[in-house]
Design a protein around this ligand. Structure first.
Ligand code: ATP
Ligand code: MG
Length: 203
């Protein structure tokens, strides 16, 4: 049993960061009694194209977590050139903090994708998964997938959280269509999006 800290990793493209990400991180922190959460914006993703420049995604993440003492920005992935892989990130983190127990925080959609990522079994060895289960999500399907991943060595914790029907995709679409995004992102993020005129000309 590791005796050190329990740290959550909240990774994402954060294009932009929104209230769903913040609630997910807060829920993980409370339900798994984590000491802190690292918000880790992705660098250039090999999975998503046409993503807003990293510097601006990082700036919005910083604004969103500024008032939360237990939320911290991690630039491990953002500052890496080329593709970033979760297995490599976890390798770096656990090499420098061998006593820390890491919890990789994900929405249920990622639970269904993670086996396709690079070295999933290595990921499972280095971090437990903390997976959000939305109220009305098909929990049976989620648990079936979780059981299959457990066979590969994953340690999975299910987080019970209310469904927040928010995605970065919807936020970008709202901005483009001149619809309000208040209530979907923290006010500081909404202000930044407006000030920098982000997403107005999305295709
Ligand atoms: P996009 O629409 O561009 O895919 P997104 O809203 O899904 O963006 P990501 O940055 O891709 O945001 O997601 C980062 C993490 O947050 C993922 O693990 C995802 O499952 C989770 N997540 C995103 N939105 C929510 C939400 N509304 N509730 C719970 N988890 C969420
Ligand atoms: Mg997504």
């Amino acid at each position: 049993m590791k005796s050190g800290k329990r740290i959550g990793i909240m990774g994402g493209t954060f294009n932009p960061i929104h209230n769903g990400h913040l609630l997910l991180a807060q829920t993980a922190k409370e339900q798994l009694t984590l000491d802190k959460i690292l918000f880790m914006p992705s660098g250039n993703s090999y999975m998503k194209k046409n993503v807003l420049e990293t510097e601006k995604r990082v700036a919005m993440a910083a604004l969103a977590i500024a008032g939360h003492p237990d939320f911290e920005l991690s630039l491990i992935e953002a500052q890496k050139s080329g593709n970033t892989y979760t297995c490599e990130t976890l390798n770096l983190l656990s090499a420098s903090n061998p006593d820390t127990r890491y919890f990789f925080i994900i929405g249920a959609d990622i639970l269904f994708q993670i086996e396709q990522w690079r070295n999933p079994e290595q990921i499972f060895r280095m971090a437990a998964l903390a997976c959000a289960v939305r109220d009305d999500y098909d929990f049976q399907a989620v648990q079936k997938k979780g059981d299959a991943l457990a066979e590969l060595g994953a340690e999975i914790y299910y987080l019970n959280m209310p469904k927040l029907d928010i995605s970065s995709t919807d936020i970008r679409a709202n901005v483009k269509n001149s619809l309000s995004i208040s209530g979907l992102v923290p006010p500081e993020v909404a202000h930044y999006i407006e000030q920098e005129r982000l997403y107005y000309e999305e295709d």
